[in-house]
Design a protein around this ligand. Structure first.
Ligand code: PMV
Length: 333
């Protein structure tokens, strides 16, 4: 009853921001992302009678019941597994990310997708990809999408029990292999406001949230079409505008949530200038200060070289459409 899995992070082109059901982790809107090659979580889980309580070791640090970071995330996820699949055993989980955790780089997406796949294998639950995406959803909304590689849509769904809120693949990684995201890390510090708390406060207090919900379906339609036609301009323009709309709801939350730092602003302005000069690129930003620059393969190196020169940029990673989450043989303990 031990298994390991690797899942890639994903970066949304049309964002998820706000839940209609916190318990079942049901979103107020659908979202679309690209699964990122090379930014992953590797997770091993073992269920066994020898464990008297659940243990989580995340990037070398131990978390247990009673700690907020544990109870609200992995603790809740394991309760769902135990309830839904009638499991009584305790478990040990070891998980490593190869990129900064909790700094707006979708670490929870990779982590919970890997955990869902590893748990399914360890307990031989026999879940298919759709069911795996719904299980991952219970850990973190964005994890719903990391079950699949390439370009992925998380359907909002309308049922109250959440059985129609899962991910579907729009296109495999090899459909558009030239698509790139240049990830610019402007700080490695964990963000102060986690996405879960931030989005709940936005839904409650931002006067802009209504406009967000009214326009997101059109963005979904445009990005879906852009991916299928490999229309980079349509995807880039829509994704950048969608990101700015989400941040408008964050900034106008009470008290306001401003994830951007000086490095974030430098890159936003640079992208706008470069585009004016004819270098086609767009930006997107999640619940953190990192900027992901969308571009095509032919321009990725040039853009990466340019951003490396910026004073606030600590790290630059070029990523492209990555693979589905998968079971691996290599155990971490
Ligand atoms: O599911 P969470 O808690 O990782 O929230 C994700 C929120 C955003 O990254 C801002 C948007 C998204 O769709 O990934």
């Amino acid at each position: 009853m031990k298994a390991s899995a690797i899942a890639n992070a994903n970066i949304a082109l049309v964002k998820y921001w706000g839940k209609r059901n916190k318990e079942l982790m049901l979103p107020n809107n659908g979202s679309i992302s690209m699964t990122t090659a090379g930014l992953n979580a590797h997770t091993t889980v073992e269920f066994d009678e020898k464990y008297k309580e659940d243990i989580l070791i995340l990037n070398g640090k131990e978390y247990k019941k009673g700690m907020e970071e544990y109870d609200d995330y992995v603790g809740k996820f394991l309760s769902v597994v135990r309830q839904n699949y009638d499991v009584n055993l305790r478990c040990k989980i070891v998980s490593n990310n190869n990129f900064p955790t909790a700094a707006g780089l979708a670490s929870s997406a990779a982590g919970f997708a890997a955990l869902a796949v590893a748990v399914n294998e360890a307990l031989q639950l026999g879940l298919d990809k759709k069911e795996l995406s719904m299980l991952a959803r219970r850990g973190s909304g964005s994890a719903t999408r990391s079950i699949y590689g390439g370009f992925v849509e998380w359907k909002r769904g309308s049922r109250e029990d959440g059985t129609d809120s899962y991910a579907e693949q729009i296109a495999k990684p090899e459909y558009w292999p030239e698509f790139r995201m240049v990830v610019c890390v402007t700080t490695k510090e964990a963000k102060k406001i986690k996405s879960r708390a931030g989005m709940a406060q936005t839904v409650k207090t931002s006067p802009m949230y209504k406009a967000w919900l009214e326009t997101v379906d059109e963005d979904l339609r445009a990005v879906r079409e852009g991916i299928l036609k490999r229309d980079f301009t349509l995807v880039g323009q829509t994704a950048e505008h969608n990101c700015l709309k989400m941040h408008a709801t964050m900034i106008t939350t009470k008290p306001s949530i401003i994830y951007w730092n000086a490095g974030t602003m430098d890159i936003i302005h640079a992208v706008l200038e470069w585009r004016d000069e004819g270098l086609e690129c767009y930006f997107t930003i999640d619940a953190g200060p990192q900027v992901k620059i969308l571009c095509l393969e032919k321009d990725a190196k040039e853009i990466a070289e340019r951003v490396k020169e910026f004073p606030h940029v600590e790290d630059v990673i070029i990523t492209y459409p990555g693979e589905d989450a998968k079971v691996v043989d290599k155990h971490l303990f």
